[in-house]
Write a protein that binds this ligand. Structure first.
Ligand SMILES: *Cc1c(COP(=O)(O)O)cnc(C)c1O
Length: 453
């Protein structure tokens, strides 16, 4: 059985069930698997013939063995992953992998739908009640709310920055009701995330059984390793070691960490391109070795990536033998050379983002939205710097549906992005949400009043 340790090393290791239920470790560290299971050569060869849900079950099984039966995991994956994952060719061997076909039209459905089902089952088996506390910059909130809606024994509270989410993103979370409550904060995403993190570490709130569905929860990362294997298996001969290039539009770096776990488990990858918007603290860190948070984070059109201090950076540093605490202070320096060989980090500003949407539409009739465009521009930047990779299979992740950002996409391409069923009819549903200023004491009082049993 694979156990999980905290990146701060201040608490004993736990099993996967406890890691999922706790979210953040009590020492404010993030859980990491004590061993990353290796995918067998046989699995790498068979991967291309497996459906997405079959592949997910194969990859997740070593982590969950001993917690769920294989039958339960198979059923869970089959239920969670019932939508298509198109690989859209842009040119040559360059593709966009559309992770935007789930029920809330963002890639966060992949993790949220797994977590909703896994946590629902754990709560049923282990008893008690769980409160999922989530800060969102737009898409996590709706994915989590949709995935946990109606799950018995679990209540969800979503905090979102009122001025930073689009109308559609807000409507997706505020029109559900039932066990899902939402609060609009007057601050920024980073403020929401800071409140949530502080609540997790607050001993006065331990009676509440709080857990997180943010990417601080390892339950977000494990399922996010699957689509890397899926995409690579469809475009390259990974069974014979053929390597691919990925480009990942990144904010909190949970998506990228899923890819890093896939690489650790044996997926052949030349390079992970990590593309941020103007919040470029990680590209600068990789270049200079100096880490400076961006406070407050910059507001960019790829709003789900407006993050000035990504929580998963501590995991990346840990993966390369270093240690970073939750405030962003490096306690031990990681192997920066190895990191530089595996990763190519680049920052793409809003102007380049818009230009990329325009160009990819005009030249190839492929519609991107701001996040996917940041990823695509990152891939182009990598290929122009490393032209020897131009013939390799390259996969850029499209993390949201263009219809989530209709104004930008329409202004740039002149096209109305087609509305997927997931987003239809939202604007006519009644919305319900609370409002709060960024004030920890008020937030804590609200939690105790609403969620203490
Ligand atoms: C959350 C999100 C991202 C960033 O993912 P991280 O795991 O935080 O790096 C990118 N694009 C979209 C559309 C998102 O919702």
């Amino acid at each position: 059985m694979i156990s999980f340790y905290s990146t701060n090393r201040g608490v004993p290791q736990v099993d996967v069930g406890q890691a999922l239920l706790q979210g953040q470790a009590a020492d404010k560290g993030l859980y990491m698997p004590s061993a990353v299971p290796t995918m067998s050569l046989d699995l790498l060869r068979r991967a291309r013939d497996l459906s997405y849900s079959q592949l997910a079950s194969e990859i997740l099984w070593p982590y969950l063995e001993g917690t769920f039966s294989r039958e339960v995991l198979d059923a869970l994956c089959e239920e969670a992953y019932d939508y298509p994952i198109p690989l859209e060719k842009v040119r040559d061997r360059l593709h966009v992998m559309r992770l935007d076909q789930g029920p809330t039209a963002s890639f966060k459905d992949f993790a949220a739908r797994f977590m909703g089902r896994a946590l629902g089952r754990l709560v049923r088996e282990r008893g008690g009640e769980l409160v999922i506390l989530t800060a969102t910059s737009g898409d996590t909130g709706s994915a989590v709310a949709s995935a946990f809606l109606g799950v018995p024994g679990i209540r969800v509270l979503v905090l979102f920055p009122i001025d930073e989410v689009s109308d559609r993103q807000r409507q997706q979370m505020t029109t559900l009701g039932d066990n899902v409550a939402t609060v609009a904060m007057s601050g920024k995403f980073d403020d929401c995330q800071a409140l949530v993190k502080r609540a997790f570490a607050d001993p006065d709130l331990h009676s509440l059984s709080l857990s997180s569905a943010n990417s601080i929860n390892i339950g977000r990362l494990l399922p996010q390793s699957v689509y890397y294997v899926y995409g690579a298996s469809r475009l390259a001969d990974i069974g014979n070691g053929e390597k691919v290039v990925f480009s990942v539009p990144s904010g909190n770096f949970g998506d990228m960490m899923g890819g890093m776990l896939a690489i650790k488990s044996g997926l052949p990858v030349h390079r992970m391109v990590i593309a941020t918007n103007a919040n470029d603290e990680v590209p600068r860190y990789l270049e200079t070795g100096r880490y400076d948070k961006i406070e407050p984070s910059l507001v960019c059109i790829s709003n789900a990536m407006n993050v000035g201090h990504p929580s998963n950076l501590a995991r990346l540093v840990d993966l390369y033998g270093g240690r970073m605490d939750e405030t962003g202070v490096l306690q031990e320096v990681p192997d920066m050379d190895a990191m530089g060989r595996d990763l190519f980090a680049v920052s793409i500003d809003d102007e380049q983002t818009r230009e990329t949407i325009r160009k990819v539409w005009n030249d190839h009739r492929v519609m991107l939205e701001p996040h996917g465009a940041v990823g695509w521009a990152g891939l182009e930047a990598f290929l122009s710097k490393h032209p020897r990779h131009k013939g390799d299979a390259c996969i850029s992740l499209e993390t949201a549906h263009p219809a989530k950002f209709p104004d930008e996409v329409r202004n740039i391409t002149g096209q109305e992005p087609p509305l997927p069923p997931a987003l239809a009819g939202l604007s006519t549903k009644p919305e319900r949400f609370g409002r709060m200023a960024v004030d920890y004491d008020a937030f804590k009082a609200h939690l105790l009043a609403e969620y203490d049993r």
